[in-house]
Design a protein around this ligand. Structure first.
Ligand SMILES: [Zn+2]
Length: 424
C-alpha cells in the first residue's frame, strides 16, 4: 500500500478521533443528575448538565462511507438511544436539520456539524457547498456559523472550541494543496482563521487546556513526528518520533500518553495473500508521554492489537485471533478477526485478561485498526462503559455487510453487555 494511500487513510481517521474517557472527579461534579435520555433534553434541565459526559455519540449509519450521518446519542446507563435532533415533531427525514449531515463533533452540550448546502459549487465540481452549523442540545437551537465552497474537515475540539480546516479547491491538482485552519466558538459563534498548512494535512491527536498535539510525516516522508503547539498553533515543539511512516491506526490518548498502533512493515513486505491480509491486522501498540521533550522513544505496550481505547489506568482492546472464524454475509466470505472478544489490561501492558466474549463481529470489513468504527469508553459514576459498533448483513458500498445502526454497550465492571437501538 502506497504512502499516499496511507496518508489518505490517516486523514479519514482524524475525523474519528474521539476521546470520551473522563476522570471521575469531573463526573462527580454532575452529582445525581437524571441520565434518562428523554428528560435530560427538556428545558428544565439544570445548566450544569454536560451531555458529552453522559452519552456516546455516533452517526446512525456508523460507517465512514455511509450516507446516513445523522448524529445519534446513546446513554449507556439507561440503555436508550435517540437521534440527537430533539425536536419532538421532527420525523428526522428530509425536513430534519441533520438530514444531509456529513460529519459532526460533540463538545460539551454542542454538536458541531457539517451539512451539504442546497447551494452548489459554481465551477465544474457539481458537489454541494458546505455549511458549518452548531446545535445546542440543551436548548434545541441551531446556528449557522459559516458557509464554504470548499471541502471542510473537522479536526478536533476542546472546551468551547472546534478546530477544522478548509481544503482550498485546486483545479489543476498540480500546485500545492492549502489547508486553512480555523477555530469556532460554540457559544459566541465567532470563527477565526488561525493558520494554514501547505501540502501536509493538519492531523490533530488531541487538545488540552493549553496545547494542541499533532503528528505529521517528516521531510523525507520516512518517519512520523509528534509535536505540540499552543492553541493558536504557534510555538511548535517536537515531543517524539516514530521510526516508520506506516502508522495506520488512529491514535488515542489518555492518562498522559499518546497511544497508537503500527504494522511490522518489514514483515509485511515478505508476505503475500492471506498471510499479508493477516499480518497487516497484526499491530503493535505503542505509547509516548504527552509531556515528553524532544525525541521520546516509543514504548511497546503489547502486540496483536486490532483496536483499543485507553481510559485512565486501563486499556480496553481487541486482539487478532490466531485462527479467525469464517463469517458469511449473503454468501460473501470474511473473517471474524477478533472473535467478538474484548480484553482489558493495565495501561503499561500488564495484567491482560478477557473482559467478555460476545456473538458480535466488530472487527470490520477491513479488519485492521478502527477505520471509523466505534470503540469508545465513558466513565459514569465510577463505571467504565464501552460502546462498540458491529457488523451485520446489509448493503454497504460494494459489499453485502456493513456497520449496524445499533450499538453494543458493555459494562466493564461486570462484563455484561446489551445492544441499544434508535427507536423506529
Ligand atoms: Zn430531526
Amino acid at each position: 500500500m502506497s504512502k499516499k494511500i496511507i496518508l489518505c487513510i490517516l486523514i479519514i481517521l482524524t475525523i474519528f478521533l474521539v476521546s470520551s474517557c473522563k476522570d471521575d472527579t469531573e463526573q462527580e461534579k454532575n452529582g445525581n443528575i437524571n441520565t434518562d435520555a428523554d428528560k435530560s433534553t427538556n428545558n428544565n434541565t439544570p445548566k450544569e448538565v454536560i451531555m458529552e459526559d453522559w452519552y456516546f455519540f455516533r452517526t446512525y449509519d456508523g460507517g465512514i462511507y455511509g450516507n446516513d450521518k445523522r448524529p445519534v446519542k446513546i446513554n449507556p446507563v439507561s440503555e436508550k438511544a435517540a437521534f440527537v435532533c430533539a425536536d419532538s415533531l421532527c420525523m428526522h427525514e428530509e425536513d430534519c436539520p441533520f438530514f444531509e449531515c456529513m460529519d459532526s463533533y460533540v463538545i460539551d452540550n454542542y454538536v458541531f456539524y457539517v451539512k451539504a448546502s442546497p447551494r452548489r459549487f459554481e465551477d465544474t465540481r457539481g458537489a454541494a457547498s458546505r455549511d458549518l452549523c452548531v446545535y445546542d442540545m440543551l436548548n434545541n437551537s441551531i446556528r449557522l456559523l459559516a458557509e464554504y465552497e470548499d471541502q471542510l474537515y473537522i479536526l478536533s475540539g476542546t472546551g468551547n472550541y472546534l478546530y477544522y480546516c478548509i481544503e482550498e479547491y485546486n483545479e489543476s491538482y498540480s500546485s500545492s494543496i492549502k489547508y486553512l485552519i480555523y477555530r469556532a466558538n460554540a457559544k459566541t459563534g465567532n470563527i477565526m482563521q488561525i493558520g494554514e498548512y501547505i501540502d501536509i494535512y493538519p492531523n490533530i491527536y488531541t487538545i488540552t487546556n493549553d496545547k494542541i498535539y499533532w503528528w505529521k510525516p517528516d521531510v523525507d516522508n520516512e518517519n512520523i513526528i509528534y509535536y505540540t503547539t499552543d492553541l493558536d498553533i504557534k510555538n511548535e515543539t517536537t515531543i517524539g518520533l516514530h521510526e516508520n511512516n506506516t502508522v495506520f491506526m488512529l491514535g488515542k490518548h489518555d492518562n498522559g500518553y499518546i497511544y497508537y498502533t503500527d504494522w511490522d512493515s518489514e514483515k509485511l513486505n515478505q508476505l503475500s495473500g492471506y498471510e499479508y491480509d493477516y499480518a497487516w491486522r497484526n499491530q503493535k501498540l505503542y505509547r509516548i508521554p504527552l509531556n515528553s521533550s524532544g525525541k521520546a522513544e516509543p514504548e511497546i505496550i503489547t502486540e496483536s492489537i486490532i483496536n483499543f481505547v485507553p481510559c485512565g489506568d486501563k486499556i480496553y482492546y481487541t486482539v487478532l485471533e490466531e485462527t479467525p472464524e469464517v463469517v458469511k454475509y449473503n454468501g460473501v466470505q470474511t473473517y471474524n478477526w477478533s472473535g467478538g472478544k474484548i480484553y482489558v489490561m493495565d495501561s503499561d501492558g500488564t495484567d491482560q485478561k478477557l473482559l467478555c466474549e460476545t456473538e458480535y463481529v466488530f472487527s470490520d470489513i477491513f479488519g485492521y485498526a478502527s477505520l471509523g468504527r466505534m470503540m469508545e469508553v465513558k466513565t459514569i459514576n465510577g463505571v467504565d462503559y464501552l460502546g462498540l459498533s458491529f457488523y451485520i448483513a446489509r448493503e454497504y458500498m460494494f459489499l453485502n455487510y456493513g456497520p449496524s445502526p445499533d450499538t453494543l454497550i458493555i459494562n466493564a465492571s461486570t462484563g455484561e453487555y446489551t445492544v441499544v437501538s434508535v427507536p423506529e
